[in-house]
Design a protein around this ligand. Sequence first.
Ligand code: SIN
Length: 573
Amino acid sequence: MTGIRLHAPRPGWSVDADVVVVGSGVAGLTVALRCAAAGAKVTVVTKALLDDGSTRWAQGGIAAALGEGDTPEQHLDDTLVAGAGLCDEEAVRALVTEGPDAVRRLIATGARFDTDADTGAVLLTREGGHHRRRIAHAGGDATGAEISRALVEAVRAAGIETIEHALVLDLLKDADGRAAGVTLHVMGEGERDGVGAVRARAVVLATGGMGQVFSATTNPAVSTGDGVALALRAGAEVSDLEFVQFHPTVLWLGPDAEGQQPLVSEAVRGEGAHLVDANGHRFMVGAHELAELAPRDIVAKGIMRRMQELGAPHMYLDARHFGARMWEQRFPTILAACRAHGIDPVTEPIPVAPAAHYASGGVRTDLAGRSSVPGLYACGEVACTGVHGANRLASNSLLEGLVFAERIAADVTEVLREAGAPPRPAATGTDTGAGTVLAGPKARLEIQRIMSEGAGVLRSRESLDRAAAELARIDDDAAAALEAPGTESWEATNLLLVARVLVAAALRREETRGCHWREDAPDRDDAWRRHLLVTLRPDRTLAVSTTETAAFPPAAAPTPHPPTNGAHPRSTT
Ligand code: SIN
């Protein structure tokens, strides 16, 4: 087996499957359901419980051209504008044209969206960057929880094997370098304790994001970039990691707030809430034609600018005019979260500030979800399909998870039909002696501080250089300390790797575009209308190259095999 791996014990147990899906959000569970329906033996591996991933925290909803008068073409236009010149148009076209039917299939699977009491039509709201009402929601502001409930129920009903509380470690490969399964560590008691392996012909990463690389994020504690780090160690390309979306309106809980912070959905602005400063001034009016509903990067920048002008730690979201009834019916989750922190949105404006929310980049895939490593797929936030460009359009992520999950399932099914005997991993992939050095558990907080200070909403060469140097020091310390394997050190090591890549890419991109804001290069530069691709060399240094254009390689879906997307246009810089 080639590639770099985490320092970990040798697997003590193994199971076989046709497909192993790592992650249990909308992307992972949809892949699992579709592959199982096609007759594949599927194993789902998830880090906490089946319904504990990022999907269940999604509030606003799922965007699709479902409304009267709306068209995929209009959805495409809004997505391209938000993506600030870096979307892969073919990927976006797949998203918006296949999206409406994918949502209908989700409804057929059991997800109950909010509907009009008289007509039964799905109710649609607005969010930033959308020129019309296009966002389907459930339980008012509990869309992700409802989608998660429906998919978990369907997975259980289908009898799909699941392994919970399992941190994925590394990719197994066969003698030809094709993915042959994963190693993982299961926390708990029982037959499958400790490090084991799932051997499979296809590996689908659906591990979600990496928000925990920053101090304050809307992401749950499990979002430590495990999928991107695994893919890098396995030799796969990652792209666009510099484009971290900061959600403009996250409940501000004080200057030292750490970890997952409560989101105040953009749908609150979609229903008419105003962003104001401490003087009640609506600072987004006049700043953009869509005011508070401008694309997310523009609103986040507007908030940051006003905070800087006034020397204020946060701004306010004012939706007192909704009244108690609307708050209770339309936004019960947000109302409860605010009240739990002593703020009553019915009678007072909500203090808000931007926090890390979504990784627009990730493991580079083609339109069938195939990474540059044969047999390794990526889906959902962990992937970079080219759909989001430099800034994801609000509520496109659940849709991306759905649409590309179906594309992956179609491709995997075809691969399985053609395949002979299951591949045997060339090696177990882990042993006690040869893995990469591990960062210690304490590194997590340090990495978060470094990234928040140096690579947050506002960046500059100076702040990024500082961050790069501090991360390098943590890496050196890890080499000297010889940390023991364990969940906390594996997670910290993953965070360190994705942080290094993010900073390297942010340093290289000397312009301001989408959610990448360089104070020292404040303009968009068309010479940078291309993607940065990063791989990990065997000596763990980073190789950074660029594509020629904003387009990723031609669509490969639905076949042929094996994947060819390592051959896309690029130039090394
Ligand atoms: C929100 O509800 O504001 C978040 C939606 C999203 O991130 O797409």
